[in-house]
Ligand binder design. Sequence first.
Ligand SMILES: Cc1cc2nc3c(=O)[nH]c(=O)nc-3n(C[C@H](O)[C@H](O)[C@H](O)COP(=O)(O)OP(=O)(O)OC[C@H]3O[C@@H](n4cnc5c(N)ncnc54)[C@H](O)[C@@H]3O)c2cc1C
Length: 424
Amino acid sequence: MTQGPSTTSETNWAGNHSYAGTIHRPRTVDEAASIVRESPSVRGIGSRHSFTDIADAVDLIDLSDIDRPPEFDADARSITVSGTALYADVARSLRPHGAALRNLASLPHISVAGAISTGTHGSGAAHGNLATSVAGLEFIASSGEIIGVDRQTPDFEGMVVSLGALGMITTVTLDVDFDYDIAQHVYDDLPLDLAVDQLGMILNAAYSVSIFTTFAGSLGGQVGQVWIKRRTDGSDRSMSPRSTFLDAPAATMQHHPVPGLDASSCTRQLGEPGLWSERLPHFRMGFTPSAGNEVQSEFFVDAVDGNAAFDALRRASADFSDRLMVAEVRAIAADEMWMSPHYHRASVGFHFTWFAGDNDNAVRTVQQALEPFAPRPHWGKFFHAELFDPATAYEMFDDFVDLATRLDPHGVFRNAWWRRVIGS
Ligand SMILES: Cc1cc2nc3c(=O)[nH]c(=O)nc-3n(C[C@H](O)[C@H](O)[C@H](O)COP(=O)(O)OP(=O)(O)OC[C@H]3O[C@@H](n4cnc5c(N)ncnc54)[C@H](O)[C@@H]3O)c2cc1C
């Protein structure tokens, strides 16, 4: 097998999964194609920020040694980047063109291919997840053939949130907007009752809103923090900055979402305007995002069930809060991507940052509390597969499995995670 340098014994970012396979770092797309063609079991690997074995296989291919400069297309308002480009790299490439992405996740440290494959999202009731900005893709299919697809290609909606199972993504073309500034305000100690009751209003109050809570005090407790990111040009019709938000006072110092952690890793708050890429993520490139020693889970429900689901979690929280560093509640617009957790469903996402260790019972409690609301899990985070039936949760499930079978008839991209979660 032709291959560049390879290594074993690497772990994911959280350190809770050691990749069993060999990690290859080919220097050309042809080399990568030859590994794909000859491997019995293969996967692309990005920045390793998923919390499970979703990226594991006998052969893992990391394309970051392939030199693929970004191409900006001013007429099409798009940029084509390597699949392994990090969102921080994309933002840097867009800067000279005065261009921007519509949204970002909580961190810019993740690869574009890895993020879109799992339906990664930021917050904002008007914004789809990051996969919805994908205008085209190029990938190495299991045959070794390089296939280019775009929005005109039949079944494109099944190809972007691919769970890593359709091929090895070499390039991604992303829609771009003109750049814009964001100002970020944090509000402290919003009563949890009010947050549950007014959830829709809060999540719609600005371009991007996140609610952070530890569920402390459970019933009658405080939310913790509300992070409000508004466009300074006013085009998003955000609430205007105020000294209070629903009686919660504006913070007078920088905050970290996890109580007690140093806020220097976080993007600037206190209403100081900054470029979209310096405010939409919570965490700054060059710093450890989130807490570091953690595992994450996240579940999405229909936005119309947001209040009831939040209330159900609040009532169940005594049974999981000892494992919880912080929970985050966000809004994501509905989309058309077959395996997107937000497929045809404007969604509220309930995210959980757990202390590293055994979180089986805590996650089970959360899944059971949300069960009446047909939760869809984040594909890149930890959940109990036996409590989730993707065939019921996803209307286009059979079409997706058919598509995967057509592109990969021998199932070389289907790994242990696929067999456990999607089925054999
Ligand atoms: C601190 C932290 C904060 C996070 N915040 C958010 C957040 O705000 N919002 C959110 O939605 N998620 C968040 N996540 C989850 C994260 O966005 C997802 O797990 C995402 O998949 C990570 O991308 P990655 O490049 O690390 O992918 P990896 O973990 O490397 O891989 C994920 C999947 O993508 C596939 N893949 C990767 N590269 C390729 C390729 N070139 N070709 C084909 N398949 C490929 C893999 O096979 C695998 O199936 C966070 C994770 C961490 C650790």
